[in-house]
Design a protein around this ligand. Structure first.
Ligand code: AQP
Length: 332
């Protein structure tokens, strides 16, 4: 049976990179796979970030992340949506997989090298992050994983871990494949410094629930094609993050206007950014309104998560039992 799995970290307000890179695909796949599309807020993963050591904040962000996913269109009655730490089988499978994963493979993961390079003391959990991610996916025998391009290497490793387990203990897991949104492989940060990322702070992100005036304040000063020194200089929208964002938010006609206008110097960067703001407002306003309605009824969000946990455990428990038997843990 074909299944979808993906997770999102409660490490801050979700941004348009998370939305176009992953969450939009959750909604699309949810329509086709129903309860076999399984999504979770990965709070265990969030602990690999030392900034998450604030118990009240972690719980709040976990709930906020559920709200965000429901606000963009995921229907908890249609899909399976839950919180990772409420299904303990994730950690149990992770431990088993840790023992068939070479440390060298983990040390060469790009995300590990990037994040570890910024820390004075590197938590072991950061190195183990991809093993826990493999456990998340394999626990549901998922074969389809909607993620941004930054996770492709981790999915490759998950495939290797599945192969190794199957080879060692007998055929058990499918080898999952990543599904990307080709338009949003790696959305750049609005500050112009690499990938948009929650952990880089608000200067990097356009938040899904960010007030429009705050988004405009960032966009107004966002770097554009450096070749456009004067208003009369032609530019290249393909090397401009505003051009990248237009591809996500603007209709075909606006896209043509700004692309042709930039190349011919017929439109200035400020006007180009104003047109982008119109698209952003059209996209984000309904999401923000749904978010507000959900926040006014958090009890129903909690109920939906509790139901999601029951549904997830109903799938995870027999798979974990199969793993325990295959590995040779004495059964009662
Ligand atoms: N800039 C991006 N462009 C496209 N996709 C992105 N994703 C994240 N940033 C971009 C995708 O969003 C999903 C959820 O991400 P995550 O929260 O689990 O972790 P992440 O990839 O590490 O995202 P962040 O925002 O950069 O979080 P922090 O800073 O907390 O680590 C994933 O599918 C990811 O690919």
């Amino acid at each position: 049976m074909s299944r979808v799995f993906s997770g999102i970290q409660p490490t801050g307000e979700p941004h348009i990179g998370n939305y176009f890179g992953a969450m939009q695909n959750y909604v699309k796949l949810g329509q086709d796979y129903g309860k076999n599309s399984i999504y979770c807020v990965v709070d265990l993963h969030a602990l690999t970030n030392p900034n998450a050591f604030d118990p009240a904040l972690l719980a709040q962000r976990t709930l906020d992340m559920a709200v965000a996913n429901f606000a963009v269109g995921l229907d908890p009655a249609q899909v399976t949506f839950f919180v990772q730490s409420q299904v303990p089988e994730h950690q149990e499978l992770s431990w088993v997989l840790t023992n068939i994963t070479p440390v060298g493979e983990l040390e060469r993961m790009t995300q590990y090298k990037d994040k570890a390079g910024q820390l004075e003391s590197v938590p072991a959990g950061l190195l183990m992050y991809p093993v826990l991610m493999a456990a998340d996916i394999l626990l549901y025998k998922a074969d389809t994983v909607p993620v941004g391009e930054d996770q492709t290497q981790h999915i490759e490793l998950t495939r290797e871990i599945a192969r190794k387990f199957n080879h060692t203990f007998g055929e058990t897991f499918p080898e999952p494949r990543a599904v990307n949104n080709k338009q949003a492989l790696r959305i750049p940060g609005v500050d112009g410094h690499g990938k948009m990322s929650k952990s880089k702070g608000e200067q990097s992100t356009i938040g899904l629930f960010e007030p429009l005036d705050s988004i405009w304040a960032k966009l107004r000063v966002a770097p554009t094609d450096p070749a456009r020194v004067r208003r009369t200089d032609p530019g290249d929208p393909d090397v401009c993050l505003v051009g990248d964002y237009h591809k996500l938010f603007s209709d075909d006609q606006t896209l043509r206007t700004v692309y042709d206008g930039c190349r011919s110097a017929g439109i200035g960067c400020v006007d180009c950014k104003k047109l982008l703001m119109t698209g952003i407002e059209e996209h984000l306003s309904p999401i923000q309104a749904r978010g507000e309605a959900l926040r006014a009824d958090l009890d129903s969000v909690r109920d939906a998560l509790a139901q999601g946990t029951r549904e997830a455990r109903a799938i995870a428990a027999p798979v974990m039992e199969e793993v325990r038997s295959k590995v040779g843990f004495l059964r009662p």
